[in-house]
Design a protein around this ligand. Structure first.
Ligand code: TXA
Ligand code: MG
Length: 319
């Protein structure tokens, strides 16, 4: 059924649609989500349908507090609790053995569920109004760049959903970091808004298991070209001496030796990793809006959020 999609700031309006089993765009501090009642398989299938997402790719459940996490999980290992205490509410997702109340559709048949308490005040206020968790993937069509504004969501899902709750620009701008406690030693499955360094401060032995080439479907967000804009992204390190003066460049920070001109885009002129992360997805979208064919990019420093920025750039470059 086509909708007249509205953008607004009324939590009660989002609640109204959710209670009817519909799905809505919601702000979080990482990226905007496409949310529905995570315990209602019909609402959950609407999410897959609107995103054009394959059913083998499981969804994250969002809740407002630890009590609600406990309702969705069968076990909450001590190490996972340490991370929860340190980083929730915030851009961290924990994969934990699921309880019976979580539908298999949410976890794509896995016995573990991904849980997150987001930090965005509007997301928390909405979740507190509800008696169920919100299943919410990023609110972009499958394989496209995640949205960091309500307008991004509107541009792509207009007509498919009734309402988008507008909470301003996503302040982190990269998806949550995912840590799995499902089987074997705890490990990081996706780099994101909480840096590895911050995680290692709490769990020094935490392993990292980021998949590039698809290997199974444990965290299919890690498929190559998952975050790809239409425009081709080419790393500057494989550069070609004769870059023409009209070439579009996406540079991490501003340096005195940079060429000048209107074709240079900076992630953060000052070289601030947080600012760069928050700018990345909007810039990638703007290249498509302007129908650029190709953009040459510079890697971020491989530290802190820079690792997650580079992860997204490297997936975006693969065509
Ligand atoms: O920041 C975020 O995490 C955003 C906001 C909206 O919360 N959400 C988000 O969702 O990025 P999505 O669906 O675009 O990415 C979630 C990733 C997917 O790669 C999925 O495979 C993985 O989480 N995932 C979900 N459930 C899982 C599970 N049970 N086991 C392993 N990986 C899981
Ligand atoms: Mg996504």
């Amino acid at each position: 059924m086509p909708f007249q999609t509205e953008i607004g700031t009324q939590i009660s309006e989002a609640v109204k649609w959710l209670q009817q089993g519909q799905i809505v765009g919601i702000p979080t501090e990482t990226v905007y989500g496409l949310a529905g009642n995570g315990l209602d398989t019909q609402a959950v299938s609407r999410i897959f349908e609107a995103k054009n997402r394959p059913f083998f790719d499981p969804l994250i459940l969002h809740v407002a507090d630890l009590t609600s996490v406990y309702n969705c999980v069968r076990e909450f290992p001590e190490e996972a609790k340490k991370l929860a205490l340190a980083f929730w509410p915030g851009p961290l997702t924990l994969v934990l053995p699921k309880s019976d109340q979580v539908p298999d559709l949410v976890t794509a048949g896995s016995s573990a569920v991904a849980m997150r308490i987001p930090q965005h005040p509007m997301a928390l206020a909405l979740l507190r109004e509800l008696s169920y968790p919100l299943a919410a993937p990023s609110a972009n069509p499958f394989t496209y760049v995640s949205p960091t504004t309500a307008q991004h969501v509107y541009d792509q899902l207009q007509g498919k959903i009734p309402y988008i709750l507008d909470g301003g620009n996503a302040t982190i701008g990269l998806e949550s970091t995912i840590v799995s406690f499902a089987d074997g030693p705890a490990r990081v499955l996706r780099l994101g808004g909480i840096s590895l360094e911050a995680l290692w401060n709490v769990l020094p032995k935490l392993q990292v298991d980021i998949q590039f080439a698809p290997k199974g479907t444990e965290s299919p967000g890690q498929l190559d070209h998952h975050y790809a804009p239409r425009c081709a992204l080419i790393p500057l390190d494989s550069l070609t001496e004769n870059l023409d003066a009209q070439a579009n460049l996406l540079l991490f920070s501003q340096k005195s030796e940079d060429p000048t001109g209107s074709h240079i885009h900076y992630l953060s002129p000052q070289g601030d990793l947080n600012e760069a992360a928050a700018a990345l997805f909007s810039l990638l979208r703007s290249f498509d809006d302007r129908q650029l064919d190709r953009v040459y990019f510079e890697w971020a420093p491989q530290e802190g959020l820079g690792r997650a920025i580079n992860d997204r750039l490297s997936r975006a470059q693969k065509k």
